[in-house]
Design a protein around this ligand. Sequence first.
Ligand SMILES: CC(C)(COP(=O)(O)OP(=O)(O)OC[C@H]1O[C@@H](n2cnc3c(N)ncnc32)[C@H](O)[C@@H]1OP(=O)(O)O)[C@@H](O)C(=O)NCCC(=O)NCCS
Length: 214
Amino acid sequence: MTPDGISIRAVELDDLDAIAEIYSTLWCNTLRNRGDLEDAKLASRFNIAMQLERSPIALVAESGAGIVAACCVGIFDSGSPRQNDAWEPTYRDLLGRATVRAEQGDAKLEGSLFGDSREKVTADQFAASGNEYAQGQINLIIIRPDWQGRGLGRTLIERARAELRAQGCTKFFLMTDNQSDYAFYDHLGMVRIAEDHSQDTGDGFIVYMYGDEA
Ligand SMILES: CC(C)(COP(=O)(O)OP(=O)(O)OC[C@H]1O[C@@H](n2cnc3c(N)ncnc32)[C@H](O)[C@@H]1OP(=O)(O)O)[C@@H](O)C(=O)NCCC(=O)NCCS
């Protein structure tokens, strides 16, 4: 059930900055804490555009005060991610800017810019292997901190499932990690289908893959 005062609609091109702002609040802390506000803005805009470019299904939740959550969902056709053409020019533009900036910066900046893209390489390899869950992928689900815990995450996952079913998908997967709120997926009854320790550089970082019925 959609929480009171919230409406859910498809993402529009003008929504990029509002979604990126939520992403930056949640995941660009190191850049923001050291004062790299422009880099945090570039990293968040680039990563959201990257997710949207591979998400034919993209939803935002809006309160009277603006966008408070987003959910991006991909679809695989014979093991390949379906592109969202509307986002291609924005993605290409930001990819160019992120590539130039990464060459000038340090490892933290590079990781903030391209860590999510590397995760997509793993997702695409998984999908290309023909795994039964690789019909759809929840690419991103983010709730603004002051709106967490009010049912929006569950609502958006249910909407994502319905949209996937409408596209003929019977199963889906998602990727998360032990620095994100992965227990949310356990709580919703999803199954952890794989984990990857190869990106652990001494900080104990583990990537988790979850799967479920659509
Ligand atoms: C994780 C996240 C998407 C959950 O969304 P939310 O709107 O806060 O969650 P909801 O209010 O819809 O919670 C639905 C249920 O999940 C439970 N839940 C929510 N977050 C949880 C967590 N981190 N661990 C375990 N259970 C959780 C709630 O208690 C609730 O349970 P109930 O319905 O049985 O009472 C949101 O907190 C978020 O954006 N976190 C930061 C970004 C992130 O880590 N994203 C996901 C990993 S990539």
